[in-house]
Structures are given as structure tokens and as C-alpha cells.
Design a protein around this ligand. Structure first.
Ligand code: ASP
Length: 316
């Protein structure tokens, strides 16, 4: 049986071991097939309650956790922070402990501050999944990206993956660098100097400032969104200039390996970090496949955590 993930939470990729990541990918791969069938329901999480607690907007992540939970038979509640007491000044910890008192089994949390999700995980008794905390980590994004790459390329080991754009503000970049390194890929990071964090050289990736050099010979080009909402000052002269130097278009993509694939976690800024012609090219772009893998991987994570819950009958 697949699945050797025996932790209570999923908070980050950094502390995970290769076999834990691979077990989640293997399980996710099984769910891809299930999700393509008419009957998509399982009762793995029957009787369980899943709460989605999102302090930041989300389309893909929140809806895919909701679908994943429902397909596994859980009761799913989406907490809209806009309508909750958080707006009335309730602290983060009060909100989490209030929800915890309702006996959820798993809480999925997205928060604008790095470290906030780990802090909450300490205060509750249920399992916690980090759905993105500030510029820190977004572990299920890295897992779904890895599953997408593995299914397309047949492997991750030995591939050259270029992650390009606003590395500074990107939790997607951090989680992906950790995961791809652990699975044996060669990772390159490229950003303008103002958007490359000072410590990036220690993450285990090769650092570039020139997009053309970074893309040359890559198997996968992963574009990042320019995260204007996290920028406290002016990091760029103009979006037009940014597209000229760092935006992915056909001419720059031609430097990658023939047939190299393009990825983007979404939401995309078309014409800013990626040209529409590339984003919509079904032969090169894996963007929709990433969304499909997102549901499957989140089902895998939910199942793996549910196995660790007290009174789970299937726990050996
Ligand atoms: N959706 C991803 C995240 O939540 C990427 C992005 O927002 O740019 O981090």
C-alpha cells in the first residue's frame, strides 16, 4: 500500500524526507484516475469534518481542497474571513481555538504572514494543512507541481527546472526548490536583483539574473506571478520593462530544451510574466494539468493525514 506519511500536519516541504514526498505523489497519482471517472466519491473521510480557513483570497487552492474533501466523503466548511469575527478584531489564535472547539478533524489554513500556520498548528488538536503562509511555503502547490512533472516527464531526478520571476515574495518558489532538490532535480532561480532574496543562494538552487541564461537547456520553465500585493515599495521600473527582460515569450522559450514544458501556479498576469500565446499553447503549457493534479494531490494529503487521526480504523 502506498503512503508512508506519518505526520500529524503538513506545514512545509523543507522538513520532509524524500520517501514521504514520494508516498504522497504515488497516492495522488491514484486519485488522478479516480477523478476522471463519473463516480468520483470515496468514503475515506466519512464522518470527518474539514474546515477551510482562508485569510487571503484563493481560487484554485480553496476550491480544490473543498472538492478533495467532498470527494473523500468529509463534511467541508469554508470559513469566509470577510464575514467572520476576524474583521471585528478577534486574534488569529482565538479564531483557531474557537474552530478547534467544534471538533474539526483537519483545518486547511492560508494566511498572509509567514509562520502563522505553524503557530496555529501548535494551538489546536486537529491536523493542520498549510495552504500558503506569506512568502514562506505552499507545500501542496509543490506537490501538485511535482506530480505534474513526474507524469509528463516520467521522472524528476536529473531534470533541469528553471523557476522564474518574483522569487522574493513567492512561497511557491520556496516549496518547489525544497521539493525538487529532494527529488534530485537541478533547480535554477532567476529574478531581477531586486526580486531575488538575499539568502536564496543557500536554498540549493543555482542563481541567475539573466533570464536567457537561466532558461537555456531547461526541461521545465516555471513562471511565478509578480506579487504586487506583497510589495512594500517599488521593485521594478515598469511592468513593460519587466516583460521585456523576464516575461516568457516564444523567443525566450526557444532557448529551453526542445519540447520543454511551461508551468505557472496561477493566477497569471498575462502579458506581465507570461505571454498569452505560451500560456494557452496546449503543446507546451501544463497550467491546466497543474489544476487537475491539485485536486488529486490534496485528496492524497487529506487521506494521509486522516490515517493518523485518532480512532481511524485503518491505522495499523
Ligand atoms: N496561488 C499561489 C499562491 O497562493 C501563487 C500566487 O498567488 O501567485 O502562492
Amino acid at each position: 500500500m502506498t503512503g508512508h506519511y506519518s505526520r500529524q500536519h503538513l506545514l512545509a516541504i523543507a522538513p520532509l524526507q524524500r520517501h514521504e514526498i514520494e508516498s504522497l505523489l504515488d497516492l495522488g497519482n491514484e486519485y488522478v484516475d479516480l477523478n476522471r471517472q463519473i463516480q468520483k466519491k470515496r468514503d475515506t473521510l466519512r464522518g470527518r469534518t474539514l474546515i477551510n480557513l482562508f485569510f487571503e483570497p484563493s481560487t484554485r487552492t480553496q476550491s480544490s481542497f473543498e472538492l478533495a474533501g467532498k470527494r473523500l466523503g468529509a463534511d467541508v466548511m469554508n470559513m469566509s474571513v470577510a464575514q467572520s469575527s476576524v474583521r471585528k478584531g478577534e486574534t488569529l489564535i482565538d479564531t483557531a481555538t474557537t474552530l478547534n472547539a467544534m471538533h474539526p478533524d483537519i483545518i486547511v489554513i492560508r494566511h498572509q504572514d509567514s509562520g502563522a500556520v505553524a503557530l496555529l498548528a501548535d494551538k489546536v488538536t486537529c491536523s493542520v494543512i498549510n495552504a500558503g503562509d506569506g512568502a514562506h511555503e505552499h507545500p501542496t502547490q509543490a506537490l501538485l507541481d511535482a506530480l505534474t512533472i513526474r507524469r509528463r516527464m516520467g521522472r524528476i531526478e536529473g531534470l533541469t527546472v528553471t523557476i522564474a520571476g518574483d522569487v522574493m515574495h513567492s512561497r511557491v518558489a520556496r516549496s518547489n526548490v525544497h521539493l525538487l532538490n529532494k527529488l534530485g532535480a537541478r533547480v535554477r532561480l532567476v529574478a531581477p536583483r531586486t526580486l531575488m532574496p538575499a539568502g536564496a543562494g543557500e536554498w540549493g538552487a543555482e542563481i541567475f539574473n539573466d533570464m536567457r541564461h537561466a532558461i537555456t537547456g531547461a526541461d521545465i520553465v516555471m513562471m511565478l506571478r509578480l506579487q504586487s500585493e506583497r510589495m512594500t515599495g517599488s521593485f521594478l521600473p515598469s511592468q513593460r520593462e519587466y516583460f521585456h527582460f523576464y516575461g516568457l515569450d516564444r523567443e525566450k522559450l526557444a532557448l529551453a530544451k526542445p519540447g520543454a514544458f511551461v508551468m505557472h501556479p496561477g493566477p497569471m498576469n498575462r502579458g506581465v510574466e507570461i505571454d498569452s500565446a505560451i500560456a494557452d499553447d496546449i503543446d507546451r503549457s501544463l497550467i491546466h494539468e497543474q489544476v487537475e493534479m491539485g485536486v488529486a494531490v490534496r485528496m492524497a494529503v487529506l487521506e494521509a493525514l486522516a490515517r493518523q487521526l485518532p480512532n481511524d480504523e485503518r491505522k495499523s
